[in-house]
Design a protein around this ligand. Structure first.
Ligand code: ADP
Ligand code: MG
Length: 610
């Protein structure tokens, strides 16, 4: 037997290693732009074509490279930023692994043009799949320009793994926002093809926040409160939004030493400072930049991770919470606080649960003539709802696979329901939240909200699937304004939205008028809120779960519809209608977000209580 161990060729090893650093077009942009910043650039121009699949170009006016350095920069572990291992711990530049360029060159066609101020001629290098194809002297401006084409051209599996153009673009914009926000002293131009998305002049942090994140909120600069503290181990500067611009999906950014970080623990510190000023489903906007001694943090967890470990985590938490609170007080948002406090005076201990009841006061309007449970006779897609839903239930019971709530009762009884002709008197509504119905073997309880969610969701999915949307024109159309990232999401779900019955009319690049909404929504709904919710849902779930966007959109809309319908008292007929529709739905046991709809309290369990 011969030897069987081979060394992988360099090109293959490089490709494998590249996957760690470069996962998608956005990673290329992050690495290149961070390099430009490290090179002292004050102007950075990024041009993206085909959401980065076709090409990505990053041009800077930084210090440039010599011919030798230009060639060296593509070697693995080539970096000008570390000389000794101990440097690793005192690093303040962005990248420090010397892996990025080697990785990019392994999986794309790269062209580099670079010139230092002191050199008369610059260098041009072309490299593909880690092979240098050209190196020559050229005339070029001072600074560096990277062009990365055909990303993953030699790793088809990776290329296939990329998401839709809109999703990739959204990731790119997210990465750009993170970098542009904290490097406000650098000018940025960002092009999507020939379309200029950002043209940002160097300025202050506040100016940068306004030009990157300000599109959605009017007069945002007056609604941002400055935070500024210096302590012996952390300095914090930045801005938090006033409580009145809090939203379900606000911009929230932490930076440490000029780098974006994800820090759920610190996020809670900010939330803590806002406690009792916001309804439980609202979060504050914030842009907070922390400066610490680099030796007290560990950024070396993973090259693409944004989590960072701090030595003084607890102390920083307290300082963060205290300084945000102080800013809130300083900027005289006291009236808001007093108002909220007054409201809660008669609640002795204000826990999370009690708070959640506060916003549920009847502020949602609905049209009184609109009957939520009755299925519209003129809606052709819905099958007739059987008046004798117990039959439907029985059929279902027999078909139900193992593990469902029905299995337990299945063996015990052949016929579940008492032999009544008329169950009307038997359906009890408990707190307008649960329907309780006696069965032969126990008591069935149905969570009304979840049942509604199930039937509305099924209904919307059918509507979209069969292209039978019931659209209603709005008398006074709402105007919505997207930021660049949300616009990507909108483009992605545009078709589904129109199948659902939405009608958008472009008024500008980011501004749309909503001329019609799905018939299910009824009148007096908050269109902004609905659209915000859908975009947030896609943002949260669409990226990683890989769930179909259409389902996410339908679920979000069904949540709105069912929430609105919960705000009234149901008639007996409506209740019957709901139960009927539930048992005809695709899954009466579980709501589309996976929560239990039906529970049965068995006879034994009931008897045990006495
Ligand atoms: P790292 O940034 O971790 O050092 P990279 O692979 O990203 O590793 O870059 C390798 C080296 O190439 C850098 O250390 C730097 O010396 C040089 N370099 C990369 N991009 C630029 C640029 N835009 N301007 C000047 N030098 C650059
Ligand atoms: Mg780098």
């Amino acid at each position: 037997m011969g030897d069987i161990i081979n060394l992988l060729p360099d090109s293959v090893a490089n490709q494998i290693a590249a996957g760690e650093v470069i996962q998608r077009p956005a990673s290329v942009i992050k690495e290149l732009v961070e390099n430009s910043i490290d090179a002292g650039a004050t102007q950075i121009k990024v041009i993206v074509v085909g959401s980065g699949r076709t090409s990505i170009q990053v041009i800077d006016n930084g210090k440039g490279m010599s011919g030798t350095d230009a060639r060296m920069s593509f070697e693995r572990h080539a970096t000008s930023k570390i000389n000794e291992a101990k440097d690793l711990f005192a690093l303040s530049t962005m990248g420090f692994r010397g892996e990025a360029l080697a990785s990019i060159a392994a999986i794309a066609n790269v062209e580099l043009r670079t010139r230092r101020e002191e050199d008369e001629m610059g260098t041009m290098i072309e490299i593909s799949g880690s092979e240098v194809e050209t190196q020559e002297m050229v005339q070029c401006p001072k600074g560096t320009s990277f062009t990365v084409k055909n990303l993953f051209y030699n790793v088809p599996a990776r290329r296939k793994f990329l998401k839709s153009d809109e999703t990739e673009m959204r990731n790119i914009l997210q990465e750009m926002h993170r970098i542009m926000l904290v490097h406000y002293d650098v000018g940025f131009q960002f092009y999507n093809g020939s379309d200029m998305v950002y043209d940002l002049l160097p300025g202050t942090f506040l100016q940068r926040i306004v030009s990157v994140s300000g599109k959605k909120t009017k007069n945002i600069s007056q609604k941002l409160m400055r935070v500024d503290v210096e302590t012996s181990f952390v300095n914090i500067v930045g801005y938090v939004g006033t409580p009145d611009i809090a939203s379900k999906n606000p911009s929230q950014y932490f930076f440490v030493n000029g780098r974006y970080m994800n820090h759920p623990y610190f996020r809670r510190a900010v939330m803590h400072a806002f406690e009792r000023m916001l309804p439980s489903d609202m979060s504050p906007m914030y842009f907070l930049s922390l400066e610490v001694d680099p030796s007290t943090i560990d950024v070396n967890i993973h090259p693409t991770k944004t989590e960072i470990k701090f030595e003084d985590e607890k102390a920083i938490w307290s300082i963060l919470a205290a300084s945000v609170k102080e800013s809130l007080g300083k900027f005289n948002v006291a009236p808001t606080i007093d108002f909220e406090m007054d409201n809660s005076l008669d609640i002795p201990v204000q826990t999370r649960e009690t708070r959640q009841h506060v916003p549920s006061s009847p502020t949602v309007s609905y049209s009184p003539g609109y009957s939520p449970f009755s299925y519209d006779a003129d809606k052709p897609v819905s099958a007739p709802v059987p008046r004798d839903w117990e039959k439907a239930f029985e059929i279902l019971r027999k078909e139900e696979p193992e593990g469902s709530v029905f299995v337990e009762t299945q063996e015990k009884e052949q016929v579940i329901f008492e032999d009544h002709d008329d169950h009307k008197g038997d359906m009890l509504v408990y707190k307008n939240k649960y329907l309780c119905m006696p069965m032969k073997s126990g008591l069935m309880m149905i969570d009304v909200r979840r049942a509604l969610l199930r039937v509305e969701y099924d209904d919307l999915c059918n509507t979209v699937g069969m292209r039978q949307n019931v659209s209603q024109k709005v008398m006074f159309p709402d105007v919505v304004e997207f930021n660049a990232e949300d616009l990507c999401i909108y483009t992605e779900i545009e078709q589904d939205l129109s199948l659902l019955g939405f009608e958008f009319r472009a008024l500008g690049k980011y501004i749309y008028s909503v001329d019609a909404i799905p018939g299910q929504l009824g009148e007096g709904v908050d269109v902004h809120d609905i659209i915000d919710n859908m975009i947030l849902a896609v943002k949260e779930k669409g990226g990683d779960v890989g769930e179909e966007l259409r389902n996410i959109v339908c679920l979000s809309l069904a949540q709105t519809v069912s929430r609105n319908k919960m705000n009234r008292v149901f008639s007996e007929e409506e209740r019957q209608g709901l139960v009927g529709r539930l048992f005809q739905s695709s899954n009466p046991n579980y709501s589309p977000d996976g929560k239990k709809i039906i529970d049965i309290m068995g006879d034994e369990e009931i008897e045990k209580r006495f």
